[in-house]
Design a protein around this ligand. Structure first.
Ligand SMILES: [Fe+2]
Length: 229
């Protein structure tokens, strides 16, 4: 039995194991879809099955595999698009007229409050969305992994700072990542701090070396917990 005003459902869609999330506000029947991509018919079918109306589209970042369903959602629903202002500047091509946010903003979905966190590193304007004890992390943080920092706009030094800040969130925080790259689909922040190797570095230069030069040679998905040396 849940005492939250919302429910988060996950759909795993497309060839890159993307997670698309549907946040349903119980009181209003409104729903927000996070990173609509690949198979929009499945997203819409889930909304219809749950008898909710998609009124908002939230983006964690602007990479193709997280946004390629926006247009199809907006054809079906009169929904408001949300992303960080920094990401819109980086992207340079956002469709429609988005709400441009700053870190710390609150998006109201009926009685559900969604806090926007600015979590740069994978892209300059990457966002995480915090709903009580739930955290939708996009490609900033995976279960026992983190997003790559070698693409345009990526910055491993900034990612280290971002992950350290996320690690200070409550231990009970439940992570909802942007891809299904691990041996389980979610985990707690406590499990991340213990078992995510990217959370184990004190020195930024050591983190940067691991992220940019070592990790991809030594580890493959599905990721498992790695204990701190
Ligand atoms: Fe990405």
């Amino acid at each position: 039995m849940t005492n939250t005003p919302f429910t988060i459902d996950a759909l795993e869609l497309g060839p890159m194991e993307n997670f698309v999330y549907l946040i349903r506000d119980h009181a209003s029947g409104r729903a927000a879809v996070v990173d609509p991509a690949w198979d929009v018919q499945q997203i819409i079918a889930l909304a219809q099955q749950q008898d909710v109306t998609i009124t908002d589209v939230l983006l964690t970042h602007s990479h193709h595999d997280h946004i390629n369903g926006i247009d199809d959602v907006l054809k079906q629903y009169d929904a408001q698009l949300h992303l960080l202002k920094t990401e819109a500047s980086f992207w340079g091509a956002s469709p429609n007229t988005p709400s441009l946010h700053h870190g710390g903003d609150i998006i109201k979905l009926g009685e559900t409050e969604i806090k926007v966190l600015h979590t740069p590193g994978h892209t300059p304007g990457s966002a995480c969305y915090q709903l009580g004890d739930d955290l939708i992390t996009g490609d900033t943080m995976f279960v026992y992994g983190c997003g790559r920092c070698d693409l345009s706009g990526g910055d491993p030094e900034v990612m280290h700072d971002t992950l350290r800040k996320l690690g200070k969130l409550p231990d009970s925080t439940l992570i909802h990542p942007g891809h299904n790259y691990a041996d389980k689909t979610t985990c707690t922040m406590h499990e991340q701090v213990e078992g995510n190797p990217f959370m184990h570095f004190d020195a930024t230069e050591d983190f940067v070396h691991y992220r940019m030069h070592e990790h991809d040679k030594t580890r493959n998905s599905p990721y498992h917990a790695v204990l701190k040396k």
